[in-house]
Design a protein. Structure first.
Length: 465
């Protein structure tokens, strides 16, 4: 009878439950996208196999098609092939966006670090550490060889290759490049150089530092960028500095941050002028810079921004509202997720996990606006009891067993239940009269998903949440 469970199930959530659920969603969704979506140019798995993998007991590379790069759009409906759920390959939009691909590769490198903890305790999971690092390396080689213009900077392209031919044909979509794209890939190339001391790794490091020199050389051009672009450049530099501790990057990062602060706080009525996504990005950047430098001024700015963010929460509806914006009740997944992450970063910094108001706001937004709104099509199933990830410190000790609510809420279907991939759709809108959310189109947009998964994986992996 003990298996029946309690009569009343109290689904109370705390910050750690939500943090664990978001990380579970992100790493499992990334695995699905990388191996099963075919939403991009794929690589032959033979190119990923090496001596390290042959010594491990793993079948992860069988019948998979790892991505070399990811396209802009795809169909997230699933179909069963040889008893395995794979993505439907129609309605693919073959644009290759640099920012999106940089987030994807950085996510793989962070996940490689995560799965490295399984060395000598679980071969199949440790193998993912090696495989993700190898895929990331192939991806960065692809970007360097195929995703630059004649001046050598990374730009977005369109894949015009003939499916019946092995010849790759990419065309530049827009000659204009973004400094933020270069910053994100600079971080990725440096991160992969830390894998070992090989000659290849030294070349990756030098390539990354070449990009850093470009930022130093064209420093004056950065001052003319929009505040949104400056925030993205700042994010890339923050991540790069975390990996490299490069002093030139630190100086430039602080300079750009001062410029952002001057522009941001010179605007009147901040909450009605700045977009919610921008304020969240600025807040997260402030916390990351504070962690990187210990400059108390960054923490002071973060505290001011947090007060602005709290004004967006509507207690009566239990959701955030984008006051002052044109479509105040239409939301992208990035806006919702960055807001939730901002709340979680704040509670970690202020050590106020017991604050009932905070707990109420976080739980309300997570349940209503993220899980139950329809903005996520499905959620990966909870690991089995024999899976080490089901336990604290991967122990397999029954005393360390994590609850199901550390992985998934029962209110949202799994991919196996509804044959839809565990991804975010482009947008949802809230009908205040009916008190309900309306879904946008059921399509996968990589630029709406990759940044979210990276933010969650990076903040989780580096113990910021």
């Amino acid at each position: 009878m003990k298996y029946i469970g309690p009569f009343l199930r109290l689904n109370s959530l705390n910050k750690d439950n939500i943090k664990n659920q978001l990380f579970h969603l992100s790493k499992e969704s990334m695995m699905d996208i990388i191996f099963n979506s075919r939403c991009g140019i794929t690589i032959n798995t033979k190119e990923l196999k090496n001596k390290q993998l042959s010594d491990l007991n793993t079948n992860i590379l069988k019948s998979t098609y790892p991505l070399l790069c990811i396209y802009k759009k795809s169909n997230p409906k699933l179909k069963s092939i040889n008893d395995k759920l794979c993505w439907n390959e129609d309605k693919v939009k073959k644009e290759i966006n640099i920012t999106t691909n940089a987030f994807m590769t950085l996510s793989l490198l962070e996940l490689s670090d995560y799965y490295n903890f399984f060395k000598n305790i679980d071969d199949s999971k440790y193998a993912l550490s090696i495989i993700y690092a190898n895929i990331a390396k192939k991806q960065l080689q692809f970007y360097a060889c195929n995703m630059r213009n004649d001046d050598g900077v990374f730009v977005d392209k369109i894949d015009l290759s003939d499916p019946s031919s092995n010849e790759l044909k990419l065309e530049i979509k827009n000659e204009k490049f973004k400094f933020s794209d270069q910053a994100m890939l600079m971080a990725a190339f440096y991160k992969i150089s830390l894998l070992d001391d090989s000659k290849e790794s030294i070349e990756y490091k030098n390539f990354s530092l070449d990009i850093m020199n470009m930022f130093t050389k064209f420093k004056q051009d950065l001052y003319c960028l929009s505040i949104d672009e400056l925030l993205k450049v700042s994010l890339g530099l923050n991540i790069f500095y975390k990996y490299s501790k490069n002093e030139d990057a630190k100086v430039l990062l602080l300079d750009i941050f001062d410029l952002i602060t001057e522009n941001y706080f010179s605007l009147a009525q901040l909450s009605t002028v700045m977009k919610l996504e921008s304020t969240c990005t600025y807040y997260i950047n402030s916390i990351l810079l504070y962690k990187n430098t210990n400059y108390i001024a960054c923490k002071d700015i973060a505290d001011k921004l947090y007060l602005e963010l709290m004004k967006s929460y509507n207690d009566e509806l239990g959701i955030i509202i984008k006051y002052g914006e044109k479509n105040s009740l239409k939301f992208s997944p990035i806006e919702i997720c960055l807001y939730i992450l901002s709340l979680m970063l704040n509670v970690k910094e202020c050590d106020n996990d017991s604050d009932n108001d905070y707990a109420h706001i976080l739980t309300s937004i997570f349940k209503k606006q993220l899980v139950n709104s329809g903005i996520i099509l499905s959620w990966p199933e909870t690991p089995n009891l024999d899976d080490r990830e089901r336990y604290k410190n991967f122990s397999l000790n029954s005393d360390d067993l994590l609850e199901e609510k550390d992985f998934k809420l029962p209110s949202i279907p799994s991919p196996e239940n509804n044959n839809l991939a565990p991804i975010f759709i482009k947008s949802i809108s809230f009908n205040e009269k009916k008190q309900e959310f309306k879904q946008g189109k059921t399509s996968f947009y990589s630029e709406k998903n990759m940044p979210i998964f990276f933010y969650i994986i990076y903040l989780y992996n580096n113990c910021y949440l």
